[in-house]
Design a protein around this ligand. Structure first.
Ligand code: TYM
Length: 326
């Protein structure tokens, strides 16, 4: 048994961090669980200002990307969060079960509200909506990268709080971390690779051209030791390349380091470049193909949303009863 749920923001095309930290795992879970849902979380994305036309196009880019990475609508329900209004409704109810101090400590609010000074109410309650996404389907397993673990702990807390208040309803969802928990920025290996990084060289998108990939890897920040070793504490830059290499070539870190024997960092970067290009080229081409038919993508999303609504409606009905609305 068990049900898998996860979400990704429609930031356009995913980057290598999304792919290795989450999406690869999303794909393999489709054959391990009887029920799997993946959502393009557009409600979350408007916590930052969005141009409407660009948002629409980013949602379709993300849909094409997820399909190209191997999400199969026959095996997973792929849908757009805002098309299932139950998410917002459950979010309100869960928001009334948590406190401002509990949310204030979450890393994303701390970081983004500091950058912006005036964060929106939506940005503040973002993790509550994320908990609603998960609990709405009584999900048991949530594949995410390491940066989402604290958000998942809130979802676990809220499941417990709801159950204590209103009687057992929600299972406590468990995080599923992939082997590659965190891909680092190529410019600053102390930070995670992130779409919102202003530095274009920091992030490899899964649709980057071979030339772009080569350039970004060549410029990746390493150190003054030419030998390749894996030591994330002392040598975060080179170690990040080893992480990417190992994950892309589907091998262990030791094996990747062994392949680097005798290579200096420059030569090793050329090897990593080759491996990334090899893995990403078919995905890039498939995204281009799918993106040429937006009607098909719209159709996949609206069918997914229909199926998601069928699962969400009875759970929300039960929630309404427990709370005393009906
Ligand atoms: P988002 O859109 O930022 O990222 C999508 C997934 O990619 C993972 N990830 C990474 N993994 C490793 N290294 C990195 N550098 C890296 N960057 C991103 C994230 O951990 C995530 O798994 N709040 C979520 C979206 C969300 C969600 C949900 C997830 C909304 N509702 C319910 C799970 C369940 C987010 O912004 O992910």
């Amino acid at each position: 048994g068990g049900r898998v749920f996860s979400g990704i923001q429609p930031t356009g095309v995913p980057h290598l961090g999304n792919y290795l930290g989450a999406l690869e795992n999303w794909v393999s879970l489709q054959s391990q669980f009887p029920s799997v849902l993946y959502s393009i979380v557009d409600l979350h994305s408007i916590t930052q200002p969005q141009d409407p036309a660009l948002l629409r196009s980013n949602i379709l880019d993300m849909a094409a990307s997820l399909l190209a990475c191997g999400i199969d609508p026959e095996r997973a329900i792929l849908f757009q969060q805002s098309q299932v209004s139950e998410h917002a409704e459950l979010s309100w109810i869960l928001g009334c079960l948590t406190t401002m101090p509990r949310l204030r400590h979450l890393p994303q609010w701390k970081m983004k509200s500091k950058q912006k000074k005036d964060g929106s109410v939506g940005l503040f309650t973002y993790p509550v909506l994320q908990a609603a996404d998960i609990l709405l389907y009584k999900s048991t397993h949530v594949p995410v990268g390491e940066d989402q673990v604290q958000h998942l702990e809130l979802a676990q807390d809220l499941a417990r709080i709801f159950n204590n208040h209103y009687g057992d309803l929600f299972p406590e969802p468990a995080a599923l971390l992939s082997c590659t928990r965190k891909v680092k920025s190529l410019r600053d290996p102390s930070a995670k690779m992130s779409k919102s990084d202003p530095h274009t060289m920091a992030t490899i998108s899964i649709t980057d051209s071979p030339d772009d990939i080569a350039l970004k890897v060549r410029r990746a920040v390493t150190d003054f030791t030419s030998e390749v070793t894996f030591d994330p504490e002392a040598r975060p830059g080179v170690s990040n390349l080893v992480t990417i290499h190992a994950a892309m070539a589907r091998m262990g870190v030791e094996e990747a380091v062994a392949q680097a024997a005798g290579l200096d960092t420059g030569a090793y970067k050329r090897l990593v470049t080759e491996v990334v290009i090899q893995r990403m080229t078919p995905i890039r081409e498939e995204i281009q193909r799918l993106r040429a038919d937006p009607e098909h993508l719209e159709e996949v999303l609206s069918q997914g949303s229909c199926r998601a609504r069928e699962l969400a409606a009875p759970v929300l009905r039960e929630v309404r009863q427990r709370v005393g609305f009906s």
